[in-house]
Every structure is written in C-alpha cells, then in structure tokens.
Design a protein around this ligand. Structure first.
Ligand SMILES: NC(=O)C1=CN([C@@H]2O[C@H](COP(=O)(O)OP(=O)(O)OC[C@H]3O[C@@H](n4cnc5c(N)ncnc54)[C@H](O)[C@@H]3O)[C@@H](O)[C@H]2O)C=CC1
Ligand SMILES: O=C(O)C(=O)COP(=O)(O)O
Length: 532
C-alpha cells in the first residue's frame, strides 16, 4: 500500500518468530519488546511506523495515537484489545486486528490448572513442603468430580473450559446471553441466567471480554449471591471482579478460594487479594506457553504484512474482513463508492436521514460492507473533515443516520452497478456508478437520469429544465470568464423534462460564473464539485 517498505514496531514481548515473518515478507521491523511500558518514548517514536504489534503491556492511548501520523494497523498478538483505544484508532483510520484463536486452548488450560491449584491448595502446599514443614494435615482439598462449574462467558475460551470441565465429570452451567441453545447442547453445558449460576456453582470461572457491560460483573452484590464455599477463577480480565469485595468475602469465609491471573491494575505489584492464604495468583500467564506465543506472533505478523503489503484485512475489530484475493478487485469499487458518496455529500445541504446502497451484478459478490463504509466516508467528508473509511459507519450511527444495503446478483445494463440513495430532511437523491475496464469509476445515472461521466478533480453540476438554448448560454458564460470546459456530459429524463449536466472544468469556476449560470432561465441548481 505504501511505496517504500512499510515499517512495523514491535513494542511488546512477542515471540521473535514474528520478526522473521515480517522480514521475509519485506516489512521493516524494529523489535523493542520493552518499549510498550514506556508511554512517553512510544509516543515520541510512533510517528515513524506504519504498523504497531503489541500484547497486553502496551497501552495504545488516544495520546499515542495522536502522534501516530503514519500508523495504518495495530496488531494484537492475542485476544483482548481492551488496552487499545479503539474509537480513537478508528477515528484515525487505523485498523485494529487481533488473533482470536491462537492462545485460547492455552488460556483455557491455565484456567483449569488454577481450578486444580485452588481445589488442592497446590501453591501453598508446595511452599510449605519446600520449607521443610511436611504439613500433611494442614492441606485438605475438595474433589472436582461431580461439582458444578459455572462459566461466565462461554465463547472460544469459555467453551474449551466447559468441554474440559465435562471431561472432568463436572456439571457445567454457563451464563452467556449470546450462547445459542445448539452450541450449549454441543458443549454439554446447561445455559442459565447469572443469578442461577451464582447460586449453584461450586467453582466460577470468568471468560468474558472486559466491556462496560461486564465490568464488575462479580460485584459485591453478586458475590453475596454466590454459594457459600465457592471458588472463583479469573483468567479473563482484571476489572470483571470487585477485588476489594472479593477480599472481604474471602476474609469472612464465604468464598473459599480465588485464583487470579489478571488484575484491575497491571503490572500488579500490590493488590488487595495478595497475602490471603486461599488466594493463588499468576502474573497474566494465561497465554504464556511456547505454542500459543508462536501461534499468535506468526499470525499477527502474517495479518499485518498482508494488510500493509496487499490491503487484505483479517480479524479486524473495527473493519470487515477482506482477503488478499478480494483486495485488488475491491479497490476500484472502493474508489467508486467513495466518489458516489462524495458526489451526494457535496450536494447535500440539509440533515442526513438515511443512506441506501444497492449493489447489482458482479459487485454484489464483493465485500459490500467495506464499500458501504467507503460510500459513507465520501458522503460525510464534505461535512466532517476527519471521517475515514474505518470510522465512517460508527460516525453515521452516532448521528442517527439509517444505513441500508440491497444486494442483487443479477446483472442489469452494467456488469456492475452501485447506486447510492441519500435521503435528507429536504429530499431524496440517488446517484449510480460503475467501473469500466482499466478500473476507472464512472457515474452513469443521477436521480435516475442517465449520464456518462468520469469524476474529474473540478466539475460543475447543473440541473435544469430541458429547454433549447441552455447549452449555448452556459458555454458562453464559461468561455467569457476564461473557464475552459474539458468534458461535458448531459442527460435528461424526457424531452422537455428534467435535465442534468456534469461538466469538467480546468481550474475552478469563480462564484460570479456560478451566479450567472444560476440566472439562466430554467436552471434549478448549480454546484461546483471537487473530487480527490
Ligand atoms: N489471561 C490471559 O492471558 C488471556 C485472557 N483472555 C481474555 O479472555 C477473554 C475471552 O476470550 P475468548 O473466549 O476468546 O472471547 P470470545 O469473544 O470468544 O468469548 C467471549 C464470550 O463472552 C460473552 N459475553 C460478552 N458479554 C457478556 C456478558 N455481559 N455476560 C456474559 N457473557 C458475555 C460473549 O457472548 C462471548 O461468547 C478475552 O476477551 C480476554 O480478555 C484471552 C486470552 C488470554
Ligand atoms: O490474549 C489476551 O487477551 C491476553 O490477555 C494475553 O495477554 P498477553 O499477550 O500475555 O499480554
């Protein structure tokens, strides 16, 4: 995508396997695994890079993104992206991608390991034994077989934990609003509401992302609803559990044990849970196996290289996926969609209510979500300077603009046709375009009236009544003002009906020329248009 070789910074402890992949693919790479912890230095140098590869130690804040002048992609070698300010990244057009499966088995295994560590107090028994105490009577465990395991968040990792739990002959219940009954059946789990899970589970394990909905999901109130003697495992994210309330519940004996891999503040050098005899802690080791680290490092380096070199998008959390094969096919249509949007946006003078994009013929088989995003970016750009293809859909949603797509595989007059229909408070306007051989986008209809025009850097759009004399007057006004007409495209719905003209001019038509054209009898609208 860039003429020079793209540059990537790895600011976290990724497996060095990633470095090799980047180099093999022709991407320059700086491996500075400690840099993520130094926000000021990261902010100082991020401007030099097209890509940033991270794990959880690098916090990609809005401030860092402000300096990221060249950044196109952030690759998270792992799953959770809560350390990245996604809205700020999207606002800058930066793709954020993760590796959603590479470390899930490893993390699920860590949760199971912690469950056994709690059930048999293995860390404390180990410390005591190695201290020469042989306290055989101090450590009385609980059996896992037959116990109820409550899984909060039954996605990839929760699902693997659930299957392992079933294999260990546990009764597994799951709370996850998005868990389908079919998937629950496949996993062998009983789907329940949160209150029921809290009341029934002997072990509770958390596997949701950290979001505004899941933050504090085990609050003081919810901890109070748990069964006495419950053991709690958190291998997902700090912040899901109220740590102070959990400490109080451990102190009172209501909660029998807690095993935490993740903490509300990391690195966790102090924490309210530390020091309790029934607490087991690990320093965010969920994904820390050689297998998982190789998986995620290789995958993130492949994905980032594919994007930087070929425009392919995989596992982005803020943009639809585009394969390396699709990317070149999509490119001219992305440009067309942007230009159609820009055309409509420049003519829009009142508030936008809805946008409807219709894809017909061969374009219907492409990633239309990406095209719609491009059309919306083009549409909003005349009104909002900073909007881009990544941020456009959410910006439109925030403004309450309804977005609809229609897909028709059947070809009409054109091999491929995109029609953008924009409804404002004042009117509904549509514009259609196609891509001709050589990848050049063309406008083929405006408000259902056929025209045939390329969108040049400087144009005039005129709508008028189809009456004799218009073209002569129009041409002489421009000629007298020294404005050269490069191309002239005309269309009308019926003789004597509504007509439109799309005129390419060299340079810009000055305002008095626009006013003079507006004064030609029968002219309804005159608008200078610019296309990048
Ligand atoms: N300790 C570690 O080193 C690691 C921690 N993680 C954490 O584990 C989390 C889960 O990872 P995956 O299973 O791969 O993600 P996933 O997206 O496959 O599953 C998350 C599940 O949580 C559910 N969920 C969302 N909101 C919920 C709510 N309010 N209540 C109940 N369930 C809800 C979703 O429906 C989904 O099924 C990640 O977001 C990450 O934060 C992931 C890898 C390593
Ligand atoms: O993948 C995740 O979400 C993790 O939490 C793993 O974090 P890490 O890459 O070990 O810093």
């Amino acid at each position: 995508m860039t003429a020079r070789a793209p540059r990537v910074l790895i600011s976290d402890a990724l497996s060095p396997a990633a470095v090799q992949i980047f180099r093999d693919r022709g991407v320059e790479v700086d491996f500075q695994p400690e840099l993520g912890k130094d926000r000021d230095r990261l902010a100082a140098i991020i401007g030099d890079y097209d890509g940033l590869a991270i794990r959880s130690a690098t916090k990609v804040t809005a401030k860092i993104l402000e300096n990221a002048r060249n950044l196109k992609v952030i690759g998270r070698a792992g799953i959770g992206v809560d350390n990245v300010d996604i809205p700020a990244a999207s606002a800058r057009g930066v793709i954020v991608m993760n590796t959603p499966f590479g470390n899930s088995i490893t993390t699920a295994e860590h949760a199971i390991a912690l469950m056994f560590a709690l059930a048999r107090q293995i860390p404390a028994a180990d410390a005591s034994t190695q201290a020469g105490k042989w306290e055989k009577n101090r450590f009385m465990g609980v059996e896992i077989t037959g116990k109820t395991l409550g899984v909060i968040g039954c996605g990839n990792i929760g699902g693997i934990v659930a299957e392992r739990g079933v294999g260990l002959r546990m009764k597994v219940i799951a709370y996850d609003p998005f868990l389908s009954p079919e998937r629950a059946l496949d996993l062998g789990v009983e789907k329940v509401e949160l209150d029921e899970l809290l009341a029934r589970a002997d072990f509770i394990t958390l596997h949701t992302p950290l979001t505004e909905k899941t933050r504090n999901i085990l609050s003081a109130e919810n901890l109070a609803r748990t069964k006495k003697g419950v053991r709690i495992i958190n291998c997902a994210r700090g912040g899901l559990v109220d740590e102070a309330a959990l400490r109080a519940a451990l102190d009172s004996g209501h909660v029998a044990g807690a095993a935490f891999d993740v903490f509300s503040e990391e690195p966790a050098t102090q924490n309210v849970l530390f020091g309790h005899p029934n607490v087991v802690c690990t320093p965010h080791l969920g994904a820390a196996t050689t297998e998982a680290q190789e998986n995620v490092a290789l995958q993130v380096a492949e994905q980032m290289s594919d994007y930087l070199l070929r425009g392919a998008i995989q596992n982005a959390v803020n943009f639809p996926s585009i394969t390396a094969e699709e990317a070149p096919k999509l490119k001219p249509f992305i440009e067309l969609a942007d230009k159609l949007g820009s055309f409509a946006g420049q003519l829009t003078e009142t508030g936008l209510k809805s946008v409807h994009v219709t894809y017909e013929g061969s374009v219907a088989g492409l990633k239309v979500k990406a095209l719609t995003a491009s059309a919306i970016a083009g549409l909003l750009r005349p009104m909002l300077q900073d909007v881009n293809v990544v941020s456009a859909p959410s910006v439109a949603r925030e403004r309450g603009i309804v977005i609809e797509e229609t897909i028709r595989e059947a070809e009409g007059e054109y091999d491929a046709l995109i029609t953008l229909t924009v409804t404002t408070e004042g009117q509904t306007r549509s514009v259609s375009g196609t891509v001709f051989a050589g990848g050049r986008p063309r406008i083929v209809a405006i408000k259902g009236i056929k025209v045939d025009a390329e969108l040049a850097p400087s144009m005039l759009y005129v709508s008028n009544e189809d009456k004799p004399g218009f073209i002569g007057r129009f041409a002489s006004i421009l000629g007298e003002a020294g404005v050269n007409i490069a191309t002239f495209a005309l269309g009308r719905d019926a003789p004597g009906g509504s007509a439109i003209a799309l005129v390419e001019v060299d340079g810009e038509a000055p305002q008095p020329v626009i006013e003079a054209v507006k004064a030609i009898p029968g002219v309804k609208q005159v608008k200078p248009l610019r296309f990048a």
